[in-house]
Design a binder for this molecule. Sequence first.
Ligand code: C5P
Length: 218
Amino acid sequence: SAIPVITIDGPTASGKGTVAHRVADKLGFHYLDSGALYRLTALSALRRGTDLADEHALAKLAEHLQCSFQGGDVILSHENVTDAIRAEEVGNTASKIATFPSVRHALVGLQLGFRKAPGVVADGRDMGSVIFPHAALKVFLTASVAARADRRYKQLIGKGFSASMEDLLMDLQARDDRDTNRAIAPLVPAEGAHVLDTSEMTADEAVDQVLQWYAAIG
Ligand code: C5P
């Protein structure tokens, strides 16, 4: 169909959230934070005490997720969980349950629903490879582990969480390994994706690059 999709995939803390959000704002497009859906499923499971090895139960949770996105806020069953889903424990749990095929499958329809006029910028791991393979523009945003740990550290402290640089480096590495080596929808640049290393770039510079690529395809 004619509704344009821009996909921005990449590892955790690569800055893709910020970049995708700003690109969406500049173009007046909708924004899909697909990681938030995995985080919401994880938060829901943690709160209910769902067995994190029970793929079927987790897929059911994902399928019946009562969530909405209002401005910058993430709502889960009427509760504002914008900050709660950013906790490291939730991110780590999200990355574990994201290895289950039926959990991923349960979230497909929800993600496709974000494609609405005039367009959508989708941020995640498999936006360009699995969910929107025919996207108008695909970007793979990356940065060194050190640069990403530094960003995540500042982000967490800024939100009032405590953080240790050493733990963050280890967590990032572990999450990268899990996201990259999983059997289903592994984190790899989609076919035709532009790779952008933002280690030495500001978010605005990255945004400008993405907008330039988008302008170039018309
Ligand atoms: O991007 P974010 O850190 O919020 O994502 C949390 C976790 O959800 C990631 O570590 C990844 O394992 C998983 N995820 C995924 N596919 C996506 C988005 C996120 O597997 N499209």
